[in-house]
Write a protein that binds this ligand. Structure first.
Ligand SMILES: Cc1cc2nc3c(=O)[nH]c(=O)nc-3n(C[C@H](O)[C@H](O)[C@H](O)COP(=O)(O)OP(=O)(O)OC[C@H]3O[C@@H](n4cnc5c(N)ncnc54)[C@H](O)[C@@H]3O)c2cc1C
Length: 309
């Protein structure tokens, strides 16, 4: 019987593992389906992790985290958790390798992944001008023109964020109405340097070996093609929350989630189910930053130690 089963080995899961083991829990296992480190290991540049002044790759940032955790006794299983159930006050985990594990507490730290728009050139230039994170990459386009693709709350919020850094933001949307809160639309419309490019399809993101140089959009009514010369394209067309392990046989979730599938937690990272916690990008209102995910993991672990008693 584990004291704590951590699902996901990104910044949230690893930090929870560090705090839980160093804080005295004896039997803690982190289940990670790939290499530990999380989605930041796919990024070529991070420069906003406090205390790390030099721009480094996500891989470099994360490389020492697993070793630090293992020093205090965190065990790591390279395995995917398929399902979590609670039976008689004990959590039962089923894994892709066919293992059944019992745990007193569970922390879900599986993250979420931004959806791609499926535009020509998007994959080719991802990380070289195409981004899904304005907080992470907006600074690289300070004083320059950028395009934002999307028409929901996050696209509009990120466009407003970018408008404070960039000389101009083209907000490219396939409809002429937005699926966003009225106040968010109002904020966006108040930004003089946001140009709305609506009712268009994005035909292509293009560039050269240095990165993106522009996008082509097609007016849905006239068929006219317009070229926007921008070095940065931010794609915000939704996220897939990796909450699969919480899905139960009857289609419900083990704990409360919101409309987007994000796990609802309180300030202790606790869900509405005793012993079940969530941290990092998978939870509601996550800032979707490494430092925030790590902080969530620490908060969850401190409270799990107290819960186990
Ligand atoms: C390209 C890119 C650039 C970014 N740049 C920055 C930046 O500059 N600064 C910044 O602060 N943030 C940046 N971020 C955001 C940052 O990476 C995330 O906010 C952070 O990694 C979230 O941490 P997490 O631990 O919650 O989840 P993740 O890092 O997503 O880790 C979750 C882990 O869980 C694993 N997992 C998922 N499901 C299962 C399962 N069922 N069983 C077992 N394992 C599972 C996954 O393999 C993954 O390793 C960037 C993200 C991307 C994609």
């Amino acid at each position: 019987m584990l004291d704590l089963a951590i699902i996901g080995g990104g910044p949230a899961g690893l930090t929870a593992g560090l705090y839980a083991t160093r804080g005295g829990l004896k039997n803690v296992t982190m289940f990670e389906m790939g290499m530990p480190g999380g989605q930041i290991t796919g990024s070529s540049e991070i420069e906003n992790y406090p205390g790390q002044g030099n721009v480094m790759s996500g891989m470099e940032l994360m490389q020492n985290w697993p070793e630090q955790c293992q020093k205090f006794g965190l065990k790591h299983e390279m395995d995917q958790v398929l399902n979590v159930k609670k039976v008689n006050n004990i959590f039962e985990l089923t894994t892709g390798n066919g293992n059944k594990i019992e745990a007193k507490t569970v922390l879900l730290a599986t993250g979420s992944v931004p959806r791609r728009a499926g535009v020509k050139g998007e994959d080719e230039f991802f990380g070289r001008g195409v981004s899904t994170c304005a907080t992470c990459d907006g600074f690289f386009y300070k004083g320059k023109e950028v395009a934002v693709i999307g028409g929901g709350d996050s696209a509009l919020e990120e466009a407003v964020y970018l408008a404070k850094l960039c000389s101009k933001v083209y907000l490219v949307h396939r409809r002429d109405t937005y699926r966003a809160a009225p106040s968010t639309i109002e904020h966006m419309k108040a930004c003089e340097n946001i140009e709305e490019v609506t009712n268009v399809t994005t035909e292509e993101i293009f560039g050269d070996n240095m990165g993106v140089t522009g996008i082509k959009v097609k007016d849905k009514n006239t068929g006219d093609i317009r070229t926007l010369d921008v070095p940065g394209v931010f794609v915000f067309v939704g996220r897939d929350v990796l909450n699969e392990p919480l899905k139960q046989e009857d289609g419900t979730f083990l704990c409360d989630v919101n409309e987007q599938g994000e796990v609802i937690v309180d300030l202790k990272m606790k869900t509405n189910i005793d012993g079940l916690y969530a941290a990092g990008d998978v939870r509601i209102d996550a800032a979707k930053q490494v430092v925030c995910a790590a902080a969530d993991g620490a908060t969850a672990a401190v409270n799990i130690i107290e819960y186990i008693g």
